[in-house]
Ligand binder design. Sequence first.
Ligand code: NAD
Length: 508
Amino acid sequence: MPPTLPATDTLRRRAHDALSRVGAEIPEGRGIQARTPITGEGLFALAAAAPEAVEEAVAAAHEAFLEWRAVPPPRRGELVRRLGELLREHKEDVADLITVEAGKIRSEALGEVQEMIDVCDFAVGLSRQLYGRTIASERPGHRLAETWHPLGVVGVISAFNFPAAVWSWNTAVALACGDTVVWKPSELTPLVSLACARLLDRAADDVGAPAGVHRLLLGGRAVGERLVDHPRVALVSATGSTRMGREVGPRVAARFGRSLLELGGNNAAVVAPSADLDLAVRSVVFAAAGTAGQRCTTLRRLIVHEDVVDALVGRLAGAYRKLPVGDPFDASTLVGPLVSLPALDRMQEAVGRAQAEGGKVLAGGQRRLADIAPDAAYVEPVVMRVGTQTGVVREETFAPILYVLTYGDFDEAIALHNDVPQGLSSSVFTRDQREAELFLSAEGSDCGIVNVNIGTSGAEIGGAFGGEKETGGGRESGSDAWRAYMRSATNTVNYSGGLALAQNVSFL
Ligand code: NAD
C-alpha cells in the first residue's frame, strides 16, 4: 500500500478537539499561524501579543509574585501537584497537540508529557526541600546561615522541539520556588502552549493560587525581546539556538538581570574497541535518528575506534535503511517530519557541504512523501563518513545527520570529542573501566551531560540538565538546579550579648 498521511482538516479537528477537552480557547486573530509539519499546512490564524500585552502580563505576574512569595513552599507545591494531576488526566490531549504541531511520533509525544508529570512530582517534593546551609561561625554566640528566597517574575522563552516539557521544567520548579512565570513559547507551537497554560490556569483556580502566577504571550522574536528587556523580569530562562542565546544573554546582562541559557548542542559518542556493538547500534540509532534529529541532545558525531568502525558502520547503515519515515500518528513510524521546509533545506545544504569537504553518505538522505505532501519535510536520516572534523561537522544542523569519524588512541578520541564550540551531551561506549572513568573525569568530556553505555539523548528529570560553552551554561530540572530560580541571603545572628567583629577587628 502506498504511504498515506492524515488530511490537514483531520489534524485541525484533532487539535481543536484536544484543546476543547483541556478547556482552552483558540484566540483567532493575526500575527501567528499555527501549522502542522505533518502536511506542512496551516491550521489556525492566531492573535499575537501586542506590546501592551507584554507590559500587562509582566505587571500581573509581578503583582501575583508579591502574594505568592509569602505562601509557604509546601502550599505552593499543591499548585504544582494539581498541575501534575491535570496533565495525567489530559496526557493524550497534550500529546496529540505535540504530534500535530511538532511532528513527534506518538511514543515520544507521550514521553514528553510524562516528563512534565515527572517534573511536577519532583517540584512537589522540592517544595519541602528548599534547604539552606548553616555555616560554622568564627565568633562565639553567633549563628551564620544561608537562606533562599523567591526571585520574582521568570520569563520563559522556549523552542519548538520540546514545546511543552521545557516550559514545565522551568514552571514547576519556579512556582515551587515562589516565583511567577511569563511564557513566550515558540511561534511554531502555539497550540501546545495554549493547552499547557489553560491546564495551569485551571490548577491555580482549583487550589486558590493567584491568577497571575502564570501568563502566556504568543508571538515571535519581537515579543521575546520585550520580555528579555523588561526590568521587572528577574530571570530570563531561554531555550533555543545559540544564535538566540547570543542575542538574549548580553541584553539581560546589560540590565543586570539573570539569565539561564539552554542552547544548541553538537553531541558525540565515542565507541571503543571493547564496546558492546549491539547495544551501541541500538543506542546510536535512537539518539541520532529519534525525534527526526531534532533534539538538543541528538547524537550528531560518532567517534569510532578504527578497529571496529567498519563493523559498526555496516550495521548502522543497515538499521538506517529500515527506519520507517512517515505519519507520526502511525504506530509503526519511527521518524516523523522535520519541522519545516527551511529545516530540510538546511539539512540538504549541510550534507552537500560535508560531501564537498570529502564526506561520503553511507545511508539515507532521500526526501520522502513529497508527492502527497509537497509542503511537508519528510526525509530519511543520514549517516555519513567524514575524514576530519572541520566546517560543517563542528556546527549544529538541527536535522538527522550523523557524521562518523575514526580515532586510534583514546586521548585522540577525547580531543576530537571536545573540539567543537558546543558542550551539551556526550557518551562513551566501552567495557574498559579505565576509559569510562577517564571520559567522566575532569580530563574527559567537557559537556554538562556525560554518559557511559547509553546514548546522548533522553535524560531523566532527576538530574540537572544543561551544557557548557556555546550551549550556554544553564542548568534546569533536577538536582540543585532550583537554586537558579531563587536568591540566597547570608544571615549572621548575634546571640552573645557582646559585639565581636569578624577577623578580630577592634573598633570602639
Ligand atoms: P530558536 O532559537 O529559533 O527559537 C527559540 C525561541 O527563542 C523561540 O521562542 C523564539 O521566538 C525565541 N527567540 C528567537 N530570537 C529571540 C530574541 N532575539 N529574543 C528573544 N527571543 C528570541 O530555536 P528553535 O529552532 O525553536 O529550537 C531549536 C534550537 O533549540 C536548537 O538549537 C536546539 O539545540 C535548541 N534547544 C536547546 C535545548 C537545551 O536544553 N539546551 C532544548 C531544546 C532546544
